[in-house]
Write a protein that binds this ligand. Structure first.
Ligand code: OMD
Ligand code: FE2
Length: 437
């Protein structure tokens, strides 16, 4: 890599979906045009579009790549086995109509042998990648870095939420260092590989088959707040110089394929455009909450949203529950009991979640589908109804939610997993009828 490989020296460009431009070698980026008769430094010109050419300007995403070899130069594809990474709603599964929860899956010997791709498993998914609708909620458990192996996901962009272990994500546009507490968004179709400097690693992924993630509208909040665009970081151009071939693994229509490539796919010397991988540190999320009374809807914690064709009814909202002050007066402060139209897949990166102080562990997951009742467990209810309501900081915590208008169908793998918490419902069983007539 021409870019520094040490994370302390990593450079980034600031912003979300803006017109970035970066060259690893001066003069590699053409000026004033996109495709000169001969590319600068005799590089090949390639376009990667993330939206239809005719998508509205504010949604339109594309990037021009100036590279040593176009990505079409590869060997033939052969089927590749990745049976645990399934795509879309599995209609064969009898979807349980009750709350579901999984304990953290162990980082065992099998995890140690897997890389980011082989260690991926779908926990639940909805929609259909062919229709560009829905998302998959996945987890990876891995211990091996991808060395001369790259991955291309033609089925969707990937939002990565590491829970344990740092990730060094090499992409066609450059390198991102991502640690727990940070997230990364990797565009559909862009080659990447993941190195694991800390060894055994675990995390969550939202595979988004639908419209790309964008910042939510802020409405009356105004022109600042929640995730600010400038805190997103895109890579600077970097290319590999080591000789030798690569194995490309491609996810295409829910199936996996593998092809040899004589050169590194990370051969882009310069690029410009607004379709880019980005990372974001959730510590920069400006949290808004109630400073009077009542528990507000969790939509105030939306970091990114993937809209569906119904306004306000997302294909996926990515929502975080970061450290924040609770100051509401005469209020039951944790989430209320509820049944929602939207379906909620939750994970916990760190600490405790206020609705489930004991039972929801970092690395675990829960699923509350459309109209499935849920809410604070008995312990949370008792604490919150008796708490002295002085200002209180919920600290050292980071939960998140992939929230979708489409019901998530858990995979057979997830339903048969020993990590499935078959006693989950017990956490509400002790809630007594305390009505005093
Ligand atoms: O179920 C959950 O814990 C997520 C959630 C949090 C909240 O503050 C309000 C509603 C909601 O679904
Ligand atoms: Fe909920």
């Amino acid at each position: 890599m021409t870019a520094a490989t040490s994370s302390t020296e990593r450079r980034y460009q600031s912003g979300f979906g803006n017109e970035y431009a970066s060259e690893a070698v001066p003069g590699a980026l053409p000026q004033g045009r996109n495709n000169p008769q001969r590319g600068p430094l005799d590089l090949y010109t390639e376009l990667l579009s993330g939206t239809a050419f005719t998508a509205p300007r504010h949604e339109n995403r594309r990037t021009w790549l100036y590279r040593r070899q176009p990505s079409v130069v590869s060997g033939r594809y052969q089927p590749y086995a990745q049976p645990l990474w399934t795509t879309g709603a599995d209609r064969e599964v009898a979807l349980p109509p009750e709350p579901l929860r999984w304990h953290p899956q162990p980082l065992d010997e099998a995890a140690a042998k897997a890389d980011f791709i082989d260690g991926m498993r779908t926990i639940a998914a909805n929609g259909d990648a062919e229709s560009q609708v829905g998302i998959g909620s996945l987890m990876y458990l891995a211990g091996r870095s991808m060395e001369r192996r790259a991955f291309v996901n033609a089925d969707g962009e990937m939002l990565v939420v590491p829970q344990q272990g740092r990730l060094v994500i090499t992409t066609e546009l450059g390198v991102l260092d991502v640690k727990p507490g940070e997230i990364a968004v990797l565009p559909r179709g862009m080659a990447f590989k993941v190195a694991l400097p800390d060894g055994l690693s675990r995390g969550y992924v939202c595979e988004n088959y639908g419209a790309h993630f964008r910042l939510p509208e802020l409405g009356p909040i105004g022109s600042n707040g929640l995730a600010n665009a400038r805190d997103f970081q895109a890579p600077v151009a970097a290319f590999e110089t080591e000789e030798g071939g690569y194995e490309i693994v491609k996810k295409f229509g829910g199936r996996f394929w593998q092809a040899p490539m004589k050169q590194s796919p990370f051969n882009v010397v310069a690029w410009h455009g607004n379709l880019s991988p980005v990372k974001y540190d959730t510590a920069h999320f400006m949290v808004i909450g109630s400073i009077s009374f009542d528990h507000p809807d969790p939509s105030i914690f939306t970091v990114l949203t993937s809209p569906s064709d119904t306004p306000g009814t997302a294909n996926c909202d990515f929502v975080i529950f970061p450290p924040r002050w609770m100051v509401m007066e005469n209020t039951f402060r944790p989430p209320w009991f509820h049944r929602n139209l939207m379906s909620e897949f939750m994970g916990l990166v760190l600490g405790e979640y206020d609705a489930k102080p004991g039972g929801f562990k970092p690395g675990g997951a829960s699923l509350h589908n459309c109209m499935v009742p849920h809410g604070p467990d008995e312990e949370a209810f008792d604490k919150a109804t008796h708490a002295d309501l002085k200002p209180h900081k919920l600290d050292n915590t980071l939960a998140f939610m992939f929230e979708s208008r489409y019901r998530f169908i858990p995979t057979n793998f997830a339903l048969k997993s020993p990590a499935l918490d078959t006693d989950y419902a017990d956490c509400w069983a002790g809630l007594k009828d305390q009505f005093k007539a």
